[in-house]
Design a binder for this molecule. Structure first.
Ligand code: NAD
Length: 499
């Protein structure tokens, strides 16, 4: 059986603790791989490698760093399919979707290639008599990244390319459910010329995460995952004196106004709710239909959802793959089973679905629940599966109040032809990312990604300018070069003032 080991100091390191976890192909239900689960000592070895590499990488020129990043960009581009295949084999998402994930990760590498213009600093000349002030930003040291299963390539790429472009070194702890893509990313970075120890990968579970959170040489932690763990990471890393950004779960709403193009809205709802089997933090999981359009919209969503082809991710005709584990599939199904008792109309019930020839895969079909109440479990919890809830609101105001009452605030979208309503929505809605007739408003690499409320703990969004800010710390240098002809200023115990 294939074993995924750690990548420390530029080479594969077998797990000395001997602990391994199973990695399953979600389409077949078979354990195909085992992944090393790091002990605290193995995490320490990775942090030490990163700390040592920081001595030189932190001092390296921008030219040296961007040379590597441009080469890395080219290698990633050439290996899109290979990375996507690793993702599909362990995550289950269809190949085209996996390619999309790689493309969005590449955007951040491209941003990192331009770090030269982002780290220029600021200079104010003659702020006082022959005094100049420069503001510069410097790397933090060793940064840790802890990532979820649902984007095994993209989410790590939200983090480490910018962190290393800023001069930090990095220890990545990917999800133990689909670990192979992370090693591929690290191997390609070495091939691109990244010095050993700058990017390390330790695999593991809570033991490895806790070791990173407690390690005195980890300066900052970027986390992406579920809300309870994000809250834990933020609290623990902060208590240990680390800079931390922790992105959590979501329940993303799509508000459809009566004047919207209902066909476009239905297309968008189906794509955003069921793409990647709903295992996206930016998936639309709740559609709020305003006014009288509810029945027509639900019909259009149902018609489209019934046509989606479910199958293994490596079959080019499949549009939706399986869920990550059998346990998760059963949990998702339980929300559909409980929905009618909690007042919903079950328009489509996708539970009990199987794919011929793949009977042990983690399959579930598409479910559509209508007239869902805001106090039902299907609405309140992040289901993270192909289950779309439709809620009804009489007015725009009622819809916005419903969305703003959610504890989550990741992404949201409005579908309308009314520019005034769309403008109002942008300003009134409590979420970090807003789409206007765009169902999955994941910002481009040169803007930042992040939610509000229980969808993000910390004050920095990820990548874009916020990412560069997060991975650097400011320093302000005040300089005075006196005119040789000036008499010395003499002693003055007063607080320095600018003249
Ligand atoms: P998860 O929180 O279970 O795991 C995320 C990471 O934390 C993994 O590396 C895992 O090993 C580690 N971890 C798990 N339990 C832990 C514990 N008790 N202590 C310490 N570390 C622990 O999340 P997941 O199931 O892998 O991913 C799905 C979740 O991630 C969803 O909630 C989804 O919304 C969220 N997500 C959010 C974003 C975002 O940008 N906000 C993006 C992708 C995924």
């Amino acid at each position: 059986m294939k074993t995924v080991n750690h990548w420390i100091g530029g080479k594969t390191v077998e797990g000395a603790s001997g602990n391994h976890g199973p990695v399953t192909d979600p389409a077949t239900g078979e354990v195909t791989t085992q992944v090393a689960l790091a002990s605290a000592e193995e995490v320490d070895a990775a942090v030490r490698a990163a700390k040592e590499a920081f001595q030189t990488w932190g001092q390296s020129s921008l030219a040296a760093r961007t040379k590597v990043l441009f080469a890395y960009r080219a290698l990633l581009d050439a290996n899109r399919d290979a990375i996507a295949e690793l993702i599909t084999a362990e995550h289950g998402k269809v190949h085209s979707d996996a390619l999309g994930e790689v493309a969005r990760g590449l955007e951040i590498v491209e941003l990192a290639c331009g770090i030269t213009t982002q780290l220029k600093g600021e200079l104010s000349t003659s702020v006082s008599n022959r005094v100049d002030v420069a503001a510069i930003r410097q790397p933090l040291g060793v940064v840790a990244g802890i990532t979820p299963f649902n984007f095994p390539a993209m989410v790590p790429m939200w983090m480490f390319p910018l962190a290393i472009a800023c001069g930090n070194t990095f220890v990545l702890k990917p999800s133990e459910k689909d670990p192979s893509a992370a090693n591929k990313l690290a191997e390609l970075a070495q091939e691109a010329g990244l010095p050993d120890g700058v990017l390390n990968v330790v695999h593991g579970d809570k033991v490895a995460v806790d070791a990173l959170l407690a390690h005195p040489d980890v300066a900052a932690v970027s986390f992406v995952g579920s809300t309870p763990i994000a809250r834990y990471i933020h609290t623990t890393a902060s208590a240990n004196g680390k800079r931390v950004q922790a992105l959590g779960g979501a329940k993303n709403h799509m508000l459809v106004l009566p004047d919207a193009d209902l066909d476009a809205a239905a297309d968008a709802a189906v794509s955003a709710a069921y793409g990647s089997a709903g295992e996206r933090c930016m998936a639309i999981s709740a559609v709020v239909a305003v006014g009288s359009i509810g029945d027509a919209l639900v019909d259009k969503i149902r018609e489209r959802a019934e046509k989606i082809k479910i199958g293994p991710g490596d079959d080019p005709t499949s549009e939706m793959g399986p869920l990550i584990t059998a346990a998760h599939r059963d949990k998702v199904a339980s929300y559909v089973h409980g929905a009618a008792d909690q007042g919903a109309e079950v328009v489509l019930d996708g539970t009990g679905y199987t794919v011929d020839g793949y009977e042990n895969g983690h399959w579930i079909g598409l479910s559509l629940l209508d007239k869902v109440s805001t106090d039902s479990d299907a609405y309140r919890d992040e289901i993270f599966g192909p289950v779309l809830c439709v809620l009804r609101a009489e007015t725009y105001e009622e819809g916005v109040a419903l969305i703003n009452a959610s504890p989550f605030g990741n992404g949201t979208a409005i579908f309308t032809r009314d520019g005034g309503a769309a403008r109002r929505f942008q300003l009134e809605i409590q979420a970090g990312m807003v789409g206007v007739n765009v169902p999955i408003p994941v910002p481009v690499g040169y803007h930042s990604f992040g939610g509000w409320k229980d969808s993000l703990f910390g004050d920095h969004h990820i990548y874009g300018n916020d990412g560069i800010h997060f991975y650097t710390r400011g320093k302000v240098v005040t300089t005075r070069w006196p005119d040789p002809s000036e008499a010395p200023a003499g002693v003055d115990l007063g607080f320095p003032r600018n003249h």
